[in-house]
Design a protein around this ligand. Structure first.
Ligand code: AVI
Length: 321
C-alpha cells in the first residue's frame, strides 16, 4: 500500500493565533509577559531541539532512557494493536519506541503545525508498513473532540511526553487532563512524562546551559517580534534570566531589560525601566504524589510510575476510570 493510502488528515482548522494581539496585550500589562507557545517558530523549534542536546538539559534523554527500559511493560499495560494518540507531532525517537513496542493499528498525532506533522507522518508511514495514520490538525491546549475511529475492541493509549504538561499552570493542566480523559473510554491508558522536583541547582543549570542555547531560545521571541511584527527590540539590551521559584514549584524564564529603554510595536510604544522583565515561560515541576493527585482529580487511576535512578524524571501510566 502506498503511504498516501494509509494517511488521513482530520483538519479541525485551529483558529490562527493572533501573535500581534497577544504581544500587545502581554506587554501592556503591569507585569509584562509573553505566551511561551510563541517560542516555536522555525528558528525557535530548531533551538529547542538544540536545547535537548545540551549536557545540562536532562529531561529529553532521561525520558528516552525510561521509555526504552519500560517499553515492554507499557505495552503490557496499554495493550498491543490498538490506537496510539499523541499530543504533539511524532517525528521523535520516543514515538518510534512506542510504535515498535505497541504495534498499534492506528497512530493519531495531534498538532497545530499541519505541514510539519504531515511530513513526520509520511516518514512513519514509509517505515511502518502495517500502520494506518490519522493526522489531527488542532490546538490541543484548547478543548478538543477527537475523530471517532473504529477501535476493533482494542484500547486507546494517549501519549504526552516531554513534560510539556509543566508549561501549563496547575489549573490549566487539570483542564487539559480532564479533556484527555473525555477522549478516552474506561480502561484506556494515558502515558505522560513529568519533570520531577529535585535539587534546584540541577534545575537552574538545565535552564541556564553554558553554551547559551536556552538564552538564544528565549531571545528568539523578541527576534520573532522584530521579524514578524516590525518591532524594534534591541536584543543586546535584554538578557536571559531563568531560576527555580521554590514556592511556586516552577522554573521561570524572563527577559530582563538591562537599561531604561522604549520599544515600538505596530505604532505602540512600551517603556522598560532597567531590571524590568518580560515573563516568558513557566515550567512546573511535580512531586509524584502531587501529580497523582491532579490525575485522580481529572478522572484517572495512576497505575505505574517509572523513573530513572536519580529520580529526575517520571513517566506515569494512568488508567481512565
Ligand atoms: C517544552 N517544554 C517542556 C520545555 C520545558 O522544559 O519547559 C521548554 C523549555 N524551555 C526552556 N528549556 C526548555
Amino acid at each position: 500500500m502506498n503511504t498516501l493510502a494509509k494517511l488521513r488528515l482530520h483538519d479541525l482548522a485551529p483558529p490562527q493565533d493572533d501573535f500581534l494581539a497577544a504581544v500587545l496585550d502581554g506587554l501592556g500589562r503591569a507585569r509584562k509577559t509573553l505566551p511561551c507557545k510563541f517560542f516555536y517558530d522555525e528558528a525557535g523549534s530548531a533551538l529547542f531541539d538544540a536545547i535537548c542536546d545540551t549536557p545540562e538539559y536532562y529531561p529529553t534523554r532521561t525520558e528516552l532512557g525510561i521509555l526504552t527500559a519500560a517499553a515492554g511493560d507499557i505495552a503490557d499495560l496499554a495493550g498491543r494493536g490498538g490506537v496510539l494518540v499523541e499530543y504533539g507531532s511524532g517525528s521523535s525517537r520516543k514515538t518510534r519506541l512506542l510504535l515498535d513496542a505497541l504495534a498499534p493499528a492506528l497512530y493519531m498525532p495531534i498538532d497545530i503545525s499541519r505541514e510539519h506533522m504531515l511530513a513526520a507522518c509520511h516518514t512513519l508511514a514509509q517505515d511502518y508498513s502495517a500502520l494506518h495514520l490519522m493526522a489531527v490538525c488542532a490546538d490541543y491546549t484548547r478543548p478538543l473532540r477527537l475523530p471517532a475511529v473504529a477501535r476493533g475492541g482494542q484500547k486507546r493509549l494517549a501519549f504526552f511526553p516531554g513534560s510539556s504538561i509543566g508549561n501549563f499552570a496547575p489549573l490549566e493542566a487539570l483542564r487539559f487532563l480532564k479533556n484527555v480523559a473525555q477522549q478516552l473510554a474506561p480502561d484506556d491508558g494515558f502515558l505522560i512524562g513529568v519533570d520531577l522536583k529535585k535539587d534546584p541547582a540541577i534545575l537552574n543549570a538545565a535552564y541556564n546551559d553554558t553554551a547559551g542555547v536556552t538564552a538564544a531560545f528565549n531571545l528568539n521571541l523578541l527576534a520573532r517580534c522584530n521579524r514578524e511584527l516590525g518591532a524594534d527590540f534591541n536584543l543586546a539590551a535584554f538578557t536571559h534570566r531563568a531560576f527555580y521559584n521554590e514556592a511556586a514549584g516552577r522554573i521561570e524564564m524572563h527577559l530582563e531589560s538591562t537599561r531604561e529603554q522604549r520599544v515600538q510595536i505596530a505604532g505602540q510604544v512600551f517603556g522598560f525601566v532597567a531590571g524590568e522583565t518580560i515573563h516568558t515561560e513557566n515550567s512546573y515541576k511535580y512531586r509524584p504524589d502531587e501529580f497523582r493527585h491532579l490525575a485522580v482529580q481529572a478522572g484517572f487511576e495512576p497505575q505505574h510510575l517509572w523513573t530513572d535512578v536519580d529520580t529526575l524524571f517520571g513517566v506515569l501510566y494512568l488508567r481512565r476510570r
